[in-house]
Write a protein that binds this ligand. Structure first.
Ligand code: NAD
Ligand code: TYD
Length: 353
């Protein structure tokens, strides 16, 4: 594979930081440009270990800023895009849907349009790869069915509605202008560097500090969990070998009812902290359910497994053990993001907001 100039958006976030790390370490002859607005969810501390590598660049910018995106494409001669930048938390989308429409829909459209203009019909060797979620498919029942690539879109939250809309724009740019696009829809990720508003890092942190664990509804909702590095490996594989205009589902084949997963977390955190088994069970607190809470997500990733030979490498027990130990060992990272200390640092460092 020759030299490439790859734009990764949202690379300072949870999944993006794992993707950037993998690409920077693996493709020494590529230039990896991480473009991120550094919202509350973006944190350059996620990339400390690779930020000085010669094949890595960071640009702080908003994907909705058309002129800036044009400048970035021209400056770095971008020939591939892996687009992860998004507002990503369902609960925030319920409180403020507009920012989700702005970033997820208009931001994606801006990138598509700028890439189209910059590539100007010469799509040889180009790729626009859009990272999406299984939540666009809506909710499944407890009947064993799985989301297929052909499952009809049926988003319920403002978050999933905005991601569904962005997916449609990406496909429309292929169908209308011949843009070389790929879309993947992945299940819930977990692992290091996830912002502690999402279930797993939030609960690990709360268990550590003896704080209540707010379980929505009866805790019966089901999610299909995938270790984030397995997702990053899938993204690398699909970016390089996936078929243009295709959709690939990515999932862990690893369904957990929330309350069962929470009990696993309690057991593992208590074990790693040397507390007697069951100590933190008392923290479980049932709270009012999330509005429009999707009952069950579960992915059929057999197309990806069949076509490209991908499968998750980490089993769930190992993934949870690694994840719990990472958060317990990185209390400073957690304290910084929960206190907002890292944001003050950026605001003093970057004045171009
Ligand atoms: P995240 O919230 O941790 O990170 C998002 C990143 O995007 C942050 O660094 C943020 O600063 C950046 N960003 C937000 N708005 C921006 C803007 N306007 N311009 C530039 N940068 C901006 O999210 P994540 O969990 O890493 O998810 C990454 C992508 O993967 C998202 O597109 C999400 O929809 C998708 N996804 C996530 C999951 C999951 O379980 N987390 C599962 C499937 C798909
Ligand atoms: P989350 O991590 O927000 O991911 P998503 O909503 O994208 O699936 O939530 C995972 C599941 O955990 C979801 O069913 C909602 C539930 N949940 C709680 O019960 N309590 C919480 O405090 C949070 C954040 C989530």
């Amino acid at each position: 594979m020759g030299k490439r100039n790859l734009l990764v958006t949202g690379g300072a976030g949870f999944i993006g930081s794992h993707v950037v790390r993998l690409l920077v370490n693996k493709y020494l002859d590529y230039c990896i440009i991480n473009l991120d607005k550094l919202t509350y969810a973006g944190n350059l501390a996620n990339l400390r270990d690779i930020e000085h590598k010669p094949n890595y660049r960071f640009v702080r910018a908003d994907i909705c800023d058309y002129d800036k995106m044009q400048e970035v494409f021209a400056t770095y001669k971008i020939d591939g895009v892996i687009h992860l930048a998004a507002e990503s938390h369902v609960d925030r989308s319920i409180k403020d849907p507009f920012v989700f429409a702005r970033t997820n829909v208009l931001g994606t459209l801006t990138l598509l349009q700028v890439a189209k203009e910059y590539w100007n019909g010469d799509y040889e060797g180009k790729r626009f790869y859009h990272i999406s979620t299984d939540e666009v498919y809506g909710a499944l029942d407890f009947d064993g069915t799985l989301f297929q690539e052909t499952t009809k879109y049926d988003p319920h939250s403002p978050y999933s509605a905005s991601k569904a809309s962005s997916d449609h724009f990406v496909r429309a740019f292929h169908d209308t202008y011949g843009m070389p696009t790929i879309v993947t829809n992945c299940s819930n990720n977990y692992g290091p560097y996830q912002f502690p508003e999402k279930l797993i890092p939030l609960f690990i942190n709360n268990i550590r500090h003896g704080r209540p664990l707010p379980v929505y509804g009866k805790g019966e909702n089901v999610r299909d969990w995938l270790y984030v590095e397995d997702h990053a490996r899938a993204i690398d594989l699909i970016f390089h070998r996936g078929r243009i205009a295709e959709t690939y589902n990515i999932g862990g084949n690893n369904e957990w009812k929330n309350i069962d997963l929470i009990r696993v977390l309690i057991k593992e955190v208590d074990r790693q902290l040397g507390r007697p088994e069951g100590t933190s069970e008392r923290l479980i607190t049932y709270v009012t359910d999330r509005a429009g809470h999707d009952l069950r997500y579960a992915i059929d990733s057999s197309k990806l497994q069949r076509e490209l030979g991908w499968k998750p490498q980490l089993c769930f027990e190992e993934g949870i053990e690694k994840t719990v130990s990472w958060y317990l060992e990185n209390q400073e990272w957690l304290d910084d993001v929960t206190s907002g200390a890292y944001r003050q640092y950026y605001e003093s460092m970057y004045h171009n907001r």
